[in-house]
Design a protein around this ligand. Structure first.
Ligand code: SF4
Length: 293
């Protein structure tokens, strides 16, 4: 399913400036994008990496050496392992190897939260920061859009386990994330009620001090909005063939209900639900001249 075997396949290793201010800081986050994924989100924005095998095979030792290069040459604030759910044993070994070589910066586990508790147990003590997505709430939505009907159930248990390990997110004196849990929720078109449920869950079952990034940047990608030819239903036996059945194929737009950006009303509604539930630590631009914490 994940397309990966004994060796982790890595697509990109580089300082990355597309993360939250407290993660990327001034010098960037040391991103290590794993190829392959244990999910099949139909809107995946890393489709060419996660749904295909693109990259180089690395041993845990080679991976650990790259973490050191990111620290020493890139001067990054952390090592950010992106989509590690399907290569947890290899990642655990790479972190141990890097620690022996002198890695000092925090390790980030950047996950869809479709993790097993056994995986998270392996990561306990090795990961400093969990950067955890919580995507959708309803089983029929996750079945259709993520191809996993148990997504929310799994994410709930995983995020609780992550919080038990590292607690709420805290920072260094200059505003860089040091240890803890940061939950991301990408607001989806028409799914704001599910976003609200996710916020209520975080406040009531994780912590009202949970640091949350309510993200607005959804755009159609991967399979969403693609056109495909469909065969028309043929008339039943004895039924007269109507004029609109004269062609036996037609074109449909796939996942047309989410083939648009989100509206400001949808974003506000999730934000209000979060505040109503008691959450207060959001990834907002600073209201003063200080750091975005
Ligand atoms: S979990 Fe992330 S990387 Fe994997 S398919 Fe879904 S959106 Fe893509």
């Amino acid at each position: 399913m994940c397309l990966i075997g004994e060796k982790a396949k890595v697509n990109v290793i580089a300082p990355h400036f597309g993360e939250e201010p407290c993660i990327q800081g001034h010098n960037g986050s040391g991103a290590v994008f794993m190829s392959g994924c244990n999910m099949r989100c139909i809107f995946c924005q890393n489709y060419d990496i996660s749904h295909q095998r693109n990259g180089m095979d690395l041993t845990p030792e080679e991976l650990g050496q790259w973490y050191l290069k990111l620290q020493e040459v890139g001067n990054v604030h952390n090592i950010n392992i992106v989509t590690p759910e399907h290569v947890v044993p290899q990642v655990a070994l790479s972190i141990l190897h890097a620690a022996e070589l002198g890695l000092r910066v925090p390790i980030i586990y950047n996950t869809s939260s479709y993790d097993s508790l056994a995986s998270l147990e392996l990561m306990d003590g090795l990961v400093d920061i969990y950067l955890a997505d919580f995507k959708v709430w309803k089983p029929n939505t996750s079945k259709r859009l993520l191809k996993a009907d148990d997504y929310a159930e799994t994410a709930k248990e995983s995020i609780k386990a992550m919080h038990e390990q590292v607690g709420d997110l805290c920072f260094t004196g200059d505003g860089i994330a040091k240890v803890g849990l940061l939950v991301r929720h990408l607001v989806m078109p028409g799914k704001e009620a599910e976003g609200a449920e996710i916020m209520k869950f975080l406040a009531s079952e994780v912590s009202t001090d949970c640091f949350v990034n309510i993200m607005e940047q959804y755009h159609p990608d991967a399979h969403v909005g693609k056109r495909r030819k469909r065969r028309r239903a043929l008339p039943a036996e004895g039924e007269e063939k109507s004029s609109n059945l004269s062609e036996d194929t037609y074109e449909e737009v796939r996942y047309s209900d989410i083939n648009r950006s989100v509206t400001s009303e949808e974003i506000s509604s999730v934000r209000e639900a979060a505040m109503g539930a008691g959450l207060w630590r959001f990834c907002d631009p600073p209201k003063h001249d200080g750091f975005a914490i």
